[in-house]
Design a protein around this ligand. Sequence first.
Ligand SMILES: *[C@@H]1O[C@H](CO)[C@@H](O)[C@H](O)[C@H]1NC(C)=O
Ligand SMILES: [Zn+2]
Length: 429
Amino acid sequence: MCLKLILISASILSVVAPSSVHERDEVLRIFPRNAEDVRFLTTMDEEQGLSLDFWKFPSGPDNIADVHVQKAHLPLVKDALKRQGIPFNVLVDDVGEALHQHMRTNRMSRALSRMRRDENFDFSVYHTYKEITDHMRHLATNYPDIASIMSVAGTYEGRSIMTIKLGKPFSNGTVKPAFWIDGAIHSREWIVPATIIYAVDRLVRQYGSDPTVTRILDGLDLYVTPVFNVDGYVYTWQSDDTRLWRKNRAPQAGPCVGVDMNRNWDSHWSEGGSSHDPCNWAYHGTAPFSEQETREISTFIWENRRDIRAYIAFHSYSQVWMAPWGHSYNRPPGDAGAQDALGRLAVETIKSVHGVDYVAGRAMETLYQVSGDSQDWTYDKAGIKYSYIAELRDTGRYAFLLPPDQILPTAEEIFPSILTVGEWILDHY
Ligand SMILES: *[C@@H]1O[C@H](CO)[C@@H](O)[C@H](O)[C@H]1NC(C)=O
Ligand SMILES: [Zn+2]
């Protein structure tokens, strides 16, 4: 066992860093001072074809923007920022190296996990899509009264998107109120599926022993889709170079691939905070619901809209819990009070676990403008009042490359917030 461990470590560590397409790329943290700075940042990309990858989009003077800049474009971008007088610093000084570190830690933690040969599923490491779906199937097989596997959508590359349905059917056979959760519509946000499958596991195993879990599964049906962007997620596992992939994998006109599926929904589509350029990381697609994944998932939500009382899309990073709207500063009259109250309760619950602060608010206020995002559609079109986007850890230190030792703490603080939402909708209908 020890010798094997040493051999494994040696073989993992001795691998010479492969040259990465992201070698010496940087992530800049930018501090826009006013609306003009924000406009400058958003247009800089489009006008000069820099294929800037905003890890965090520019929104307003109070909000930082993080942007991944390719090595070749660094002098130009830094010069432009300096000339404009926009303050910035370097958040990641070598994206290729950060990726390499992250992937090495990932391989190492998985190798150690396999060697422990614990028969329980290991939630402290990242899992491939196959491992995730195998475990969801395992739960459904072992807890058939409260868990079943379904799929309401397929992907461009022909995969099926797994959804696990949780809940004890009403004995009188009537349809139950429901709660939809999805994650990883942006494939590089690995902490999201890791957090969601932990919650599913806890819900299933604590049914019958934990009163809150029991009440929620008795009163509600939960539809949980741990990985929305399956093709993208599979792609991020291929190599260091693909780890940061965000969009789906559908080829577009021209040289570029993929649509940002959180800009592709049929609500205020293409009205800001998205791009018409297929090479852009926030490309909204050729039309609302041009993508099979968003079209089919939204169809299921639409057909069940009268029963679905809450919708949460999990993303990372930033540690914020956001209510509608994403596309404008307006607070929905009538609903904003209740949406905010539940949002505040959710972040209080999160903080009570490990003391970590998440901010409750609205996308435009706390993060940045998005249009054609899932949350706006589920609220605007499907009429789901409690529609949220929750961005998990961290606030930028590791960003999408969150090390495995933060998986369990994140999952532990998010699980009770899911219970909070479940209880709220049982109490408020
Ligand atoms: C069916 O049972 C549930 C849970 O006990 C109850 O809330 C609901 O009102 C019942 N529906 C009908 C039509 O009896
Ligand atoms: Zn995201």
